[in-house]
Design a protein around this ligand. Structure first.
Ligand code: GDP
Ligand code: ZN
Length: 315
C-alpha cells in the first residue's frame, strides 16, 4: 500500500493510506536515504510503501520503501553525538511571518530563513502580518521591504490574521500543498492558522521562546489535513529553519540576485568580498543589490561557522 507519514514518534510512524485509513507502522531493516545517516530514517511528509501484517488481533504496518524526497529539513542534535534528525520532508511552501515591531523581525533573520529555504530547495513566501496595526511610515517600510524581496523573486503578501485581509491569498497558496509556518514568537502564527483553519491549534505557536531555550528533548513534527485540501506541518521546537551546512563558496548561490551576477565576477569562486572585478560589489555600489542583503551575506559568511563544513572553514 502507498501512504503518507503524518507523525513519527521515534520507532512508530502514523501513516495515512490512500484509502484515508491511518496505520501504525514500523520499519524493518536499514534505510539509508540520500547518503545521510539520521536518527529517524522515515520523516513526516515521506511517501512510503508499506505492508500490513497481522499479529493475532493486531494489525501492524511495515514500511518497506521510502519514495525519493523532493526536499527535507534537518536538525543536528545539540549533544556530542551530532546526529542528524530529519524534521520533515516534501514541503511545498514554507511561509515566514514577519512583523516590523511587536516583535521586530530583522532583515538578517529574513535572509537567513531565505538562504536556508534555497539550500533546502523549498519555496519560501513572506507574509507581512499585522498590517492593520501600521501607521503610514510603517506601511511605507513594509512596501519597501516587499519590493526588495519581490525584485529578487520572492512572493510577498501583506496580511492581517485579525481582520482577515489577504487570508484568501494565503489559502490559495496552501491548497493541495504541504506547508509550514515560521517566524518569531508573537508574529501571529497561531492567530493566522486559526483564521485559516478554525479549530486547528498547532504546538509551533504555543511553545514559548523561553521554554525552547532550555529544551533538549527531541520534539517530533506532525502533519495535519486542511479542510480545503492540503496539509500543514507542525514543527514544535523548531525555531526558524535550522542550519544548513555548506561550503563558503556555496553561500552566494543561495542569494538569487548574487547568483545571477556571479558569472560576471572575475573569479569563478569569488566570495564577493575584496576580490577585484566583483559583479556583486559593483551592483551593490550601483544600488542594484540591497545593502541589507549584502550585510546578511557577510554576517552568515563571517559570523557562523556552524553553517559551514568544518574542513572548508578551517582552510
Ligand atoms: P505566535 O506566537 O506567532 O503564534 O503569535 P500569536 O498568534 O499568539 O499572536 C500574538 C499576538 O498578536 C496576539 O495577541 C494576537 O492577537 C496578535 N495578532 C496576531 N495577528 C495579528 C494581526 O494581524 N493584527 C493584529 N492587530 N494583531 C495580531
Ligand atoms: Zn563576486
Amino acid at each position: 500500500m502507498k501512504g503518507l507519514v503524518y507523525k513519527s514518534t521515534g520507532s512508530w510512524y502514523s501513516v495515512k493510506a490512500e484509502s484515508g485509513t491511518f496505520y501504525d507502522c514500523r520499519i524493518k531493516g536499514k534505510f539509508r536515504m540520500d547518503g545521510i545517516k539520521s536518527t529517524n530514517p522515515v520523516a513526516v511528509g515521506d511517501h512510503v510503501d508499506f505492508d500490513i501484517e497481522k499479529k493475532g488481533d493486531e494489525t501492524v504496518g511495515v514500511i518497506k520503501h521510502i519514495d525519493e524526497r523532493e526536499n527535507y529539513i534537518i536538525r543536528k542534535s545539540v549533544n556530542l553525538s551530532k546526529q542528524t534528525h530529519i524534521i520533515a520532508a516534501n514541503i511545498d511552501v514554507a511561509f515566514l511571518l514577519i512583523t516590523l515591531n511587536n516583535p521586530p523581525t530583522f532583515t538578517t533573520f529574513i535572509d537567513r530563513f531565505l538562504v536556508t529555504a534555497e539550500a533546502y530547495h523549498i519555496k519560501a513566501v513572506l507574509l507581512f502580518n499585522k498590517i492593520d496595526t501600521y501607521n503610514e511610515d510603517e506601511l511605507l517600510e513594509i512596501k519597501f521591504l516587499a519590493a526588495l524581496y519581490r525584485k529578487i523573486g520572492y512572493e510577498c503578501i501583506g496580511i492581517s490574521a485579525i481582520t482577515g485581509k489577504n487570508i484568501d491569498k494565503v489559502k490559495a497558496l496552501m491548497q493541495d500543498k504541504v506547508t509550514m509556518f515560521s517566524g518569531h514568537s508573537g508574529v501571529g502564527k497561531s492567530t493566522l492558522i486559526n483564521a485559516l483553519e478554525p479549530g486547528l491549534s498547532l504546538k509551533t505557536s504555543n511553545i514559548s521562546e523561553q521554554h525552547l531555550q532550555g529544551q533538549h528533548t527531541t520534539t517530533f513534527a506532525e502533519m495535519f489535513d486542511l479542510s480545503f485540501g492540503g496539509q500543514i506541518i507542525d514543527t514544535p521546537g523548531i525555531k526558524g529553519f535550522g542550519v544548513v551546512e555548506m561550503d563558503k563558496e556555496e553561500l552566494g548561490d543561495y542569494f538569487p540576485e548574487f547568483f545571477e551576477l556571479k558569472e560576471n565576477c572575475k573569479f569563478n569562486n569569488c566570495l564577493h568580498l575584496e576580490e577585484p572585478h566583483c559583479a556583486v560589489k559593483e551592483a551593490l555600489e550601483n544600488e542594484e543589490v540591497a545593502w541589507s542583503r549584502y550585510k546578511s551575506y557577510l554576517q552568515i559568511l563571517e559570523g557562523e561557522e556552524d553553517h559551514f563544513r568544518k574542513d572548508i572553514y578551517e582552510k
